[in-house]
Design a protein around this ligand. Structure first.
Ligand code: TRP
Ligand code: SF4
Length: 438
């Protein structure tokens, strides 16, 4: 199996994704003690993660960390896109600085839009909606891939450590693929890693909240970040902790630097073996690796390196479309757009595929199936914040007390409120846009 980020597949076998690709579970331990955890975290909408512990620890210790994510500006923004921005807004509220890529190069390369079209979508549709949804201008920057020189330079330079066979194995590219498309994952790597350049805040943990379809990009980016490091801190075969230099230049200086840093970290039993380009730390344990590695990473820029922290990621499941398959801009009846009128949205909800039984009598007797119901998903993802209220809907559906007709009406009413409030805020959003854009 391969994950194709540009297909419309939804990848619902989450256990298999974890087993096959090494995506880790998003366990309660990782989010329960964060400040006021968002409903998308509480309700298992986030189904996996890579390296989230680092983010968790940064929040708990109040160290700086960044959010970087992006959306392709193609067509209209729907509830599936809203979800990513909801996550971003939550992370902003608990201390992240926010960086949002307008993925216009990717939309140009893979979706056949012109840069003029993508610019219009971004300025008239996506960015006003981000603002209307509640993104704050403080510590936020929104930029276009096509005009960000650092991002494009990094894409090019970081590409040095990845070869064509790896790209093919990751993405299944064949001979007829256009080169801009081939290059677009590297632009995404540039997006993710550029926030760690000095100019954008320096080396620090970075969280990339995305859908599971984006995991190949995350894997690529984590590998590339690691490949460009100068130091590697690891457990050796004979169970010692060692710092190894991965490059062939500046070896003495890098060893001196590492020695100095290890001493300031209060490690004293150091054994330096220059011919192995190594320092063994006899008074360190596995628990010390992360701290040592972070401190060394930050020092790499002095020697012309990048010193990237591997980016962390969370993966959310996809909201089901109202037609029962994927929510997609290309199928308007499947999606609720943030610019839909309440009347249109209500019509789509009324026509949607629920988890109800075939007849009323049967539903009263056996109940409905909220787990297979798109209306229930609307409540869960977007319409109801209170967990108890949501749980009540769940149980009254299951035990046959709630019928689909009234349930859809309730969803329509809540949706109307939501859409009107977004609409209202969108009116003022355009004037505010300057504060967000770089
Ligand atoms: N590839 C993403 C998509 O298909 C968009 C994107 C571009 C992105 N750059 C990014 C997502 C950086 C996360 C991080 O929607
Ligand atoms: Fe879905 Fe509501 Fe019907 Fe239950 S009662 S199946 S939650 S629409």
């Amino acid at each position: 199996m391969k994950i194709d980020p540009w297909s419309s597949a939804t990848y619902q076998d989450y256990k298999r994704l974890r087993d096959e690709f090494g995506i880790e579970e998003f366990t309660e331990k990782l989010w329960k003690d964060l400040p006021h955890p968002h409903k998308l975290l509480r309700r298992e909408v986030i189904i996996g993660q890579r390296g989230f512990q680092l983010i968790h620890d940064s929040v708990k210790t109040k160290k700086p960390w960044a959010i970087l994510t992006g959306l392709m500006p193609s067509g209209k923004m729907h509830l599936g896109h809203k979800m990513v921005i909801d996550e971003v807004i939550y992370y902003q509220s608990i201390g992240a600085d926010v960086n949002l890529a307008v993925a216009d190069i990717e939309a140009f390369a893979t979706r056949g839009h012109t840069l003029k079209e993508t610019k219009d979508y971004a300025l008239n549709e996506y960015i006003p909606n981000y603002i209307a949804l509640g993104l704050k201008p403080e510590k936020t920057r929104i930029y276009f891939q096509s005009t960000n020189t650092e991002v494009k330079d990094l894409a090019y330079l970081l590409g040095k450590k990845i070869n064509w066979s790896q790209m093919q194995a990751t993405y299944g590219f064949n001979g007829s693929i256009n080169m801009a498309h081939v290059f677009s994952p590297l632009v995404q790597t540039g997006d993710i890693l550029h926030v760690q350049l000095e100019k954008y805040g320096g080396n620090r943990p970075t969280l990339v909240p995305v859908g599971v379809d984006q995991d190949p990009h995350i894997r690529l980016c984590r590998d590339i970040a690691q490949a460009h490091r100068f130091y590697n801190v690891t457990v050796t075969k004979d169970n010692k902790i060692g710092v190894f230099i991965k490059i062939d230049e500046n070896i003495d200086k890098l060893l001196d630097n590492a020695e100095k840093i290890l001493k300031t970290l209060k490690f004293n039993k150091l054994k330096r073996i220059t011919k192995y380009k190594a320092i063994y730390i006899e008074d360190a344990t596995e628990q010390d690796i992360q701290k040592i590695d972070e401190t060394l990473a930050k020092s790499e820029t002095k020697f012309g390196g990048y010193g990237f922290f591997q980016p962390s990621a969370t993966f959310h499941r996809f909201i089901t479309g109202l037609t029962g398959d994927k929510m997609s801009s290309s199928k308007p009846e499947s999606a609720i757009f943030l610019t839909d009128s309440p009347k249109d949205a209500s019509k789509k909800i009324m026509n949607s595929k629920t988890g109800g039984a075939v007849t009323l009598a049967e539903q009263k007797k056996h109940g409905g199936r909220p787990d297979e119901c798109v209306v229930y998903e609307l409540f869960l993802y977007h319409l109801i914040d209170d967990d108890k209220e949501l749980h009540d809907i769940y149980t009254s559906c299951k035990n046959g007390a709630k019928m689909c007709g009234e349930c859809k009406k309730q969803a329509s009413q809540l949706m109307e409120k939501l859409l009107l409030s977004i609409q209202e805020k969108r009116k003022k959003a355009k004037e505010k846009m300057k504060k967000y854009l770089v």
